[in-house]
Structure formats: structure tokens, C-alpha cells
Design a protein around this ligand. Structure first.
Ligand SMILES: *Cc1c(COP(=O)(O)O)cnc(C)c1O
Length: 415
């Protein structure tokens, strides 16, 4: 499904032209497409049909309330990493008993909030966290449902910053220690050991790391069963990759599901999955307007009104995202570095892009639904962009552009 397509030279989403959205809501502007989000989520639902499962959308990929609400209406679960995300999911109509709580540094207050809400499971990442959760649950007079996040030490073959399943990463419990952690957890009366999970990295486009991880986890499930510790779910994490460029291919979700189901065999385990990027990544674009074209020696720059504070992926991970003209206009084509107004050399959206543009033209940065708006900041006292959701004939404002005065409203002058 292509959420953003060209018709008679104009970029469209459903029946809205992106130019009309830029005129109505201003730039920089994030534009999302409801159908694309639903379609990507349904791919998991279809692929896992016939096996007990729960899709827990990884909220950190894009936590806009409208997106969470769209997924809650489909019956989605959610994977959260903070009490803030818990509050968002509940505010958006998500069900507490479909929430799993991930993250390496949960505070006691966050654990208490999760227990009070009645979430499905805590994905625990260390012995110290296990002990703290047991204490917090005991103090609340409840039993905390627990899964242990195992670090299976498999190479996700992705960018080092988004690879999480290697021994050197801070995430999860090492394979050699995991059995002991389960035994420790089983001894706490205020913990109920429910499952096993892993999350080996993000933007994975091959099946083999998943197959390897599932095989290692299943082996542990069997060894635990031999000791009388019976698990009811296997959570394979997220990480399903999308195609940022035309010469990449996204992960095939049908093949991915087959691989997980095959790994589980006839064991009675519910499958949980925590996709983030795959659900929203291709369902969003960032619209930006060209402020100036300039040349330094033989380098050409398109200075646009979006910057690294709006979209940090290129600066942070050297991520490549397609950049296109929103309208096809009679312009001379030139190779540009597309840069923002921020005082940092890392402030670019793309380098060496062939574009036919003039001042005031609109550009569209594709694949900007995931890890984009959520990672935006106010650096250089720039107000965060507005966000809009296209749904057929309609475009709904789902986040208003920030107001500059609000950016320093919590700051104080000395007396
Ligand atoms: C970030 C994260 C996800 C989602 O990763 P994607 O690559 O966006 O699918 C899932 N689970 C955990 C524990 C995460 O930290």
C-alpha cells in the first residue's frame, strides 16, 4: 500500500494534496495516513491468525494520541517504556491488560503505576529490577506478571545504535545467567513468571536473526519447563524493517510469522510481538518548504524550514530518507544538500540529492512516521511541527504546532 503517491505531478495522500495541507497547516508539517497505519498493523494480524497472539505496538515509535487511538480501535496491545507512555495509551483508549512494559530502567513509581493500571506484563531486564518489582508488588498487595528479557547475543545486522541483542549492549539478561534469574523470580511470592522476551534490534530486514533468537529462547522455554517453570507466552520483540529506499526491501511479515510459528512448534505459547517502525514508518512524511538555495564553491544547498530538531534520524544515525518535490514543476535539476537552519553541521535531512526546485517550493521527506516527530526537540528554541492525519477526504489536526511562548513558560528569571 502506498500512502503517498503522485497524481498529475502532485504528491497526494488519499484524496488530499500535500500542497493543500502545507497551505492549510503550515510547514514544517508531519502528515500521517490512517489507512496505511491500519494496513500495516493488519499485516501482523493476518500473518498470526490461527495462533494465539497479541500485537503490542511499540509506542515509542510514534506516540501521538490519534495514532494510539486508531490502533486501540483495532484491538491492539501496546509496548511502553515509561509511565508517560502508559498515560498516553490509557488516554487514547488502550486497554491496560494489553500493555507490556519494557525498558532497562523502570523506576519504583513506574512499576507502581503499571500495577495500579493492571497491565499485562512487565518485561524485566535484570535481577535488580526483578527484586525491586517484587518489593513494589508486595507493598501493593498484588502479584506482578513478569517476563524476562533475554539478550540472545545474535547479530541483528543493522546500525550499531539500533542493534540491541548483542552481549555488549545494555539490554536484557545474558544467556548464561538467564536460568538463574528465572529461578530467582520464581521464588518471589509477589511475582508470577509468565513469559520470555527479546528485542534484538531495529530495522531488521532479514529473517535469520529472528530464527536464531526464537530457537535460543525456545530452548530456554524447554529447559525451564523441565524445572517446573512453565511459561505461557513468547514475546519476540519488534524490529521489523521497512524499505527506506527503492533498492531495499521491507521484511516480509508473512514469512516472519511463519518463521516464529515454526520455531514454536506444538508448544502452547501465545506469541507476542512489539512492532513500532513497521506499523507507522511508511505512514508518515515530513513536509518542508525551501527557504533559500545557495552555492558554496561547487556545493549546492537547499536550506529548508525543517531541521534536525524536527527530524534527527539523518544526523543521529546517518539515516537515509527519500526526499521528493511535492509538485513537479519546470525547474532546472541540481544536486543539493538539503539542510536546516540550525547552527550545527550535522543539521541536514539529506545529502547529494538530485532535485528540481526553486525557493518557496515544497519538499516531502518520506518514511517519517517512526522515530521522527517523537524524537523532535526544541533546540534553537524552535517550536515543534504540527501533525496531521489524512483519512480519505479529511485531514485532521492531531497535534497543534507549538507556541513559542510555551517553550519558555516553565523558565524563571532571577529575583
Ligand atoms: C524500540 C522497541 C521496539 C520497537 O522496535 P521497532 O524497530 O520500532 O519495531 C520493540 N520492543 C522494544 C523492547 C523496544 O525497545
Amino acid at each position: 500500500m502506498t500512502a503517498f503517491y503522485r497524481q498529475s505531478g502532485s504528491m497526494m495522500s488519499d484524496r488530499k494534496s500535500l500542497s493543500s495541507l502545507a497551505d492549510e497547516f503550515g510547514t514544517p508539517l508531519y502528515v500521517y495516513n490512517r489507512g496505511a497505519i491500519e494496513h500495516a498493523w493488519q499485516e501482523f494480524e493476518t500473518a498470526l491468525q490461527g495462533h494465539r497472539h497479541l500485537i503490542c505496538y511499540a509506542v515509542k515509535a510514534n506516540s501521538n494520541l490519534a495514532i494510539l487511538n486508531i490502533l486501540a480501535r483495532l484491538g491492539s496491545g501496546f509496548d511502553i517504556v515509561s509511565v508517560g507512555e502508559l498515560r498516553r495509551v490509557l488516554a487514547a483508549g488502550g486497554q491496560a491488560d494489553r500493555i507490556v512494559f519494557s525498558g532497562v530502567g523502570k523506576s519504583a513509581a513506574e512499576m507502581a503505576a503499571g500495577l495500579e493500571a493492571g497491565i499485562r506484563c512487565f518485561n524485566v531486564e535484570s535481577d535488580a529490577e526483578l527484586d525491586r518489582l517484587a518489593e513494589v508488588a508486595a507493598a501493593h498487595g498484588v502479584v506482578a506478571p513478569v517476563s524476562l528479557r533475554i539478550n540472545p547475543d545474535v547479530d541483528a545486522q543493522t546500525h550499531p545504535y539500533i542493534s540491541t541483542g548483542l552481549k555488549e549492549n545494555k539490554f536484557g539478561i545474558g544467556m548464561s545467567h538467564a536460568m538463574d534469574s528465572y529461578r530467582r523470580g520464581a521464588e518471589h511470592a509477589s511475582l508470577a513468571i509468565k513469559g520470555i522476551d527479546c528485542h534484538i534490534g531495529s530495522q531488521l530486514t532479514r529473517l535469520s536473526p529472528y530464527a536464531d533468537a526464537v530457537a535460543l529462547l525456545i530452548d530456554m522455554v524447554d529447559r525451564l519447563a523441565d524445572e517446573g517453570i512453565r511459561l505461557s507466552h513468547l514475546d519476540v520483540g519488534g524490529g521489523q524493517g521497512i524499505a527506506y529506499s527503492e533498492d531495499e526491501a521491507s521484511l516480509d511479515i508473512g514469512a516472519w510469522a511463519d518463521c516464529v510459528i515454526q520455531g514454536i512448534g506444538d508448544r502452547d505459547l501465545e506469541i507476542m510481538v512489539e512492532p513500532g517502525r513497521y506499523v507507522v514508518g511508511q505512514a508518515g512524511v515530513l513536509l518542508t518548504r525551501v527557504e533559500y538555495l545557495k552555492n558554496n564553491e561547487d556545493r549546492h544547498f537547499a536550506v529548508v524550514d525543517a531541521a534536525m530538531n524536527d527530524l534527527i534520524r539523518p544526523a543521529l544515525y546517518s539515516a537515509w530518507q527519500a526526499i521528493e518535490e511535492v509538485e513537479t514543476l519546470p525547474r532546472e535539476s541540481q544536486v543539493y544538500d538539503v539542510v536546516g537552519p540550525i547552527c550545527e553541521s550535522a543539521d541536514f535531512l539529506g545529502k547529494q540529492r538530485s532535485l528540481a526546485i526553486a525557493q518557496d517550493d515544497l519538499l516531502c521527506v518520506r518514511s517519517a512516521g517512526a522515530y521522527a516527530a517523537v524524537m523532535s526537540s526544541n533546540y534553537n528554541t524552535r517550536a515543534r511541527a504540527a501533525e496531521v492525519m489524512v483519512d480519505g477526504d479529511d485531514a485532521h489536526l492531531v497535534r497543534a504546532r507549538e507556541n513559542i511562548e510555551d517553550l519558555f513558560a516553565n523558565e524563571y528569571l532571577l529575583p
